[in-house]
Design a protein around this ligand. Structure first.
Ligand code: BG6
Length: 503
């Protein structure tokens, strides 16, 4: 996150201000940034929505939701009241040109009050199907004419596959320059994901080991305890490959595998990440089943409570073939990583929420210990992203006692030992967008390469319906085939649950 002192006056326009994302993430993020003194001195939020409301009604709605979702619930606090005074509601119909003229007048009126042409940050917190209409209108009425001052934030999914992403990008690039487009992947705003860079490039002792010479395999897990909740309409037909792998997991892969950037400048970092995506080995259609596994959860139990299967959800077709779980094996064709498997998995309705990176080092080439060392395990580095936020190094140590026998030991760095309250991902990302720092946002070539990397799997899965769905129970770690994917290579998913209870 950049130092945001002296940010120019800014008007933030939120499309979809009464939607789920705005109430859960965006308003809490703006409030927290404001309370932490990280908003520009002069700023105004224009909240756009279809319903007829006045400012007071909308501010009451915001406050209710801050109470529910903000990490700082200081609502009686005068500062929060002050924050609310920066929010204006404007009725807006996305399809009607007049609405954009109204917005134009509002923007100009605020500029007048500020006494300066303010920066504009448009946040598209809406269904992707509306992006084109909004962009065409912004173009027609010329609401974002200034490349240096005007930015747009776009939520994922960016397209539904490589071709639709290209079409969308084509439309956007007729109105905005690439440096104006901030494509969000909220995982990049997470503290522990950013810490991967600090860990790798701020220390001299890990980087020399960070390659095929010492690392046996890498595992990236993003497991969720929740199902699709009330997002069935969105999720159905999308599935875990597009929803999670194409963006969040591939971005974590990039942070883990990238080369050292020349600087921490946006383009240097993004170039190195794009290299990783380009080096992902593209697989042939007949090898898709060899490299990937899909799954869908059935009814089961999580922490002792019964939960229904995916197909039992009201918004889901009873014969749905949408995958809620994906595991895949990826190879990177470059000098550093040749031959090292990267195993990625993500799923809904797993036994617990857990995102982590496991770096499994190679076993010692020869054991000098002749007895009592049956449990000799190779070194392992575990980077826990959430909800635990820590880094663990596992190694062998001598058991206290007269004999020379070993047992596994662990060194732990806990993020909370440095700070008790870290900013939420959206706070970091919005602060960066306000400051004009695109480092943690996805550049177009990254998005395109990420789609390209999974394109064959998407195609093969689309044309070959699964025959065994549902194939894992809610509360389990996914289908058996995901274990077989690793077992073929003599590997297994590493148990890293809070109670170490995996399989
Ligand atoms: C979103 C996906 O991008 O990330 C959701 O669309 C998923 O399906 C969510 O639940 C997970 O985010 P987090 O921050 O809770 O791990």
């Amino acid at each position: 996150m950049r130092n945001v002192k002296n940010i120019d006056p800014t008007i933030i326009v939120i499309f979809g201000s009464t939607g789920d994302l705005a109430k859960r993430k965006l308003f809490p993020a703006f409030q927290n940034l404001f309370l932490d003194g990280r908003m520009p001195e002069k700023f105004q939020i224009i909240a756009l929505g279809r319903a007829e409301k006045n400012d007071e009604e909308f501010r009451n709605y915001v406050i209710e939701n801050l109470n529910l979702f903000s990490r700082k619930k200081v609502l009686s606090d005068k500062k929060t009241q002050k924050f609310l005074s920066h929010i204006t509601y404007l009725r807006h119909d996305i399809d009607k040109e007049e609405s954009y003229y109204d917005l134009d007048s509002k923007l100009k009126a605020i500029d007048q009050t500020f006494g300066v042409r303010a920066n504009r940050l448009f946040y598209l917190s809406i269904s992707p199907s509306l992006i084109t209409t909004i962009t065409e209108n912004i173009h027609k009425i010329d609401l974002m004419p200034n490349v240096k001052q005007d930015r747009i934030i776009i939520e994922k999914p960016f397209g539904y596959d490589k071709n639709t992403a290209r079409e969308l990008n084509e439309i956007l690039s007729q109105t905005y320059k690439e440096e104006q487009i901030y494509r969000i992947d909220h995982y990049l705003g997470k503290e522990t994901v950013q810490n991967i860079l600090a860990f790798r490039f701020g220390n001299s002792m890990f980087e020399p080991l960070w390659s095929r010479n010492f690392i046996d395999f890498v595992q990236i897990t993003v497991a969720e305890e929740v199902g699709v909740e009330d997002r069935g309409e969105f999720y159905e037909g999308v599935g875990a490959l597009k929803d999670m792998i194409q963006n969040h997991l591939l971005q974590i892969l990039c942070m883990t595998a990238m080369e050292t950037p020349a600087s921490l400048g946006a383009d240097d970092i993004r170039n190195r990440k794009a290299d990783v995506l380009k080096s992902i080995r593209r697989i042939k259609p007949d090898k898709v089943n060899h490299y990937s596994v899909r799954g869908q959860y059935d009814a089961g139990f999580i922490k002792g409570n019964p939960v229904p299967g995916y197909r039992e959800d009201k918004k889901i077709a009873p014969d749905s073939n949408t995958e809620t779980y994906v595991a895949m094996k990826i190879y990177l064709d470059n000098w550093r990583w040749q031959g090292v498997p990267f195993y990625l998995r993500t799923g809904k309705r797993m036994p617990e929420k857990q995102s982590s990176i496991i770096i499994q080092f190679k076993p010692v080439p020869h054991s000098s210990f002749s007895y009592g060392n049956e449990g000799m395990t190779a070194n392992r580095l575990i980077i826990n992203i959430q909800p635990s936020m820590d880094i663990k190094l596992q190694f062998m140590a001598k058991k206290p006692g007269l004999s020379m026998s070993l047992s596994p030991a662990e060194m732990v760095f806990n993020y909370f030992s440095c700070s008790t309250m870290s900013p939420e991902a959206y706070e970091t990302l919005i602060a960066d967008a306000l400051a004009g720092d695109p480092t943690l946002f996805m550049r177009w070539d990254q998005v395109e390469e990420a789609w390209d990397a999974i394109d064959t799997i998407l195609e093969v899965w689309k044309n070959n319906a699964p025959t065994n769905f549902p194939n894992y129970k809610a509360g389990s770690w996914g289908p058996e085939a995901a274990d077989e994917l690793l077992a073929r290579q003599g590997h297994a998913w590493v148990s890293n649950t809070s109670e170490n209870t995996e399989k």
